[in-house]
Design a protein around this ligand. Structure first.
Ligand SMILES: NC(=O)c1ccc[n+]([C@@H]2O[C@H](COP(=O)([O-])OP(=O)(O)OC[C@H]3O[C@@H](n4cnc5c(N)ncnc54)[C@H](O)[C@@H]3O)[C@@H](O)[C@H]2O)c1
Length: 334
């Protein structure tokens, strides 16, 4: 990867992936693309940036040409809960946008495209525990259907057209830099904000909703590792399971309570997001990723909770939204 374009660089993953790629490949070689939302200043000042709407083929092509891009991280997506309420937008971004990125890459000499998939690519008919890498996938959400499309299209472009498309099925991502706002697993980030800012959190998922999750540093490692994996070892391409930890809202609340004894949790269930969560796996079998590119997660529930509390407390103190602060926090789209 010599010259990388990160599309969707303002998102929960993008704002953390861009600095890591710039560290790995040189700041001038990583172009961050924003759309609708402005990139944070630290990303704008540290390297090249542009604006790309993936629903417009011409804009994707123009960015690939202008910056002579040879690798793309395609992170633009409408996430699970939002996609259920905005089908038309989700279809344009997740389906047409994906097609535009793949076709423009093919036509403009891009060698590699990384497209994250998700646990949402599975459905209620998939085996629930330790879901195999290769198994039945009949998702029941627009977002999940778009993720299966991404995997199959990625494998097709790789096998038939020679475009090297790779991807990992990420679980819910927990992070402290940018906030998710439209996924089903967002509670696992919001709960930390609730704990620090109010000492309380009301979960929209039931206390026993068990889901696979991952701390952001591991998600970034999964994306960069799969991107750099030796192609001679790969049997899979755009559809690798990656597993890290699984927990319920009640278990996460207990882990936070162990560090903040006054923290309390309540429940007010959102039927739409509960329904989506109930259709997803409990955990993933990631033996293919382990065998083909040596994937191993580094964080578990306890080490993640420690790191989250430490970093989020420091960040909220800085922006003045912690206890006593009065600024509104950024609401990112996720
Ligand atoms: N965050 C998670 O928990 C999670 C879990 C599994 C998979 N993923 C996948 O990882 C990728 C990144 O997710 P994220 O959490 O950063 O999402 P996010 O919602 O935080 O960010 C999405 C990004 O897409 C951009 N975008 C939306 N419409 C666009 C358009 N028309 N043109 C260009 N850009 C557009 C937004 O500006 C934003 O930068 C997605 O493919 C998502 O499906 C995320």
């Amino acid at each position: 990867m010599n010259r990388i374009l990160v599309i969707g660089a303002t998102g929960q993953i993008g704002v953390e992936l861009v600095p890591v790629l710039r560290e790995m490949c040189g700041a001038d070689n990583v172009v961050a693309a924003e759309h609708a939302e402005r990139l944070p200043d630290d990303i704008r000042t540290a390297g090249p940036f542009t604006s790309v709407d993936v629903t417009d083929y011409g804009q994707v092509e123009a960015a690939l040409r202008e910056f002579k891009v040879d690798a793309v991280f395609h992170l633009a997506s409408v996430l699970s809960a939002l996609a259920e309420t905005r089908r038309e937008q989700a279809y344009r971004v997740n389906f047409n946008g994906l097609y535009n990125v793949l076709e423009a890459s093919l036509a403009n000499g891009v060698k590699k495209v990384i497209v994250p998939s998700s646990i949402a690519a599975f459905g209620p008919e998939s085996p629930r525990d330790s879901t195999p890498n290769d198994t039945v996938q009949r998702p029941t959400t627009i977002y999940g259907i778009s993720k299966v499309l991404g995997e199959l299209m990625g494998n097709y472009y790789q096998a038939k057209l020679g475009l090297d498309v790779r991807g990992v099925r990420l679980p819910g991502i927990v992070s402290w830099k940018a906030e998710p706002t439209a996924g089903t697993t967002d509670y696992a980030v919001e709960i930390f904000h609730g704990a620090i800012e109010q000492g309380h959190y009301t979960s929209y998922l039931k206390p026993d909703t068990y889901l696979p999750m991952m701390y952001m540093p591991d998600a970034i490692r999964a994306l960069t590792m799969v991107a750099e994996a030796d192609s001679n070892r790969l049997l899979h391409h755009a559809d690798f399971n990656v597993n890290s930890m699984s927990f319920t809202p009640a278990q996460l609340a207990d882990a936070i309570k162990a560090k903040m004894p006054d923290f309390t949790i309540g429940y007010d269930i959102d039927p739409m997001r509960q329904d989506i969560a109930d259709s997803w796996p409990n955990s993933l079998d990631d033996s293919a990723a382990r065998a083909e590119w040596d994937w191993r997660p580094r964080y578990n529930l306890d080490t993640m909770v420690d790191d989250m509390l430490k970093n989020l407390q420091a960040r909220l103190r800085k922006v003045g939204t912690g206890p006593g602060g009065n600024e509104t926090r950024r609401a990112a789209g996720s």
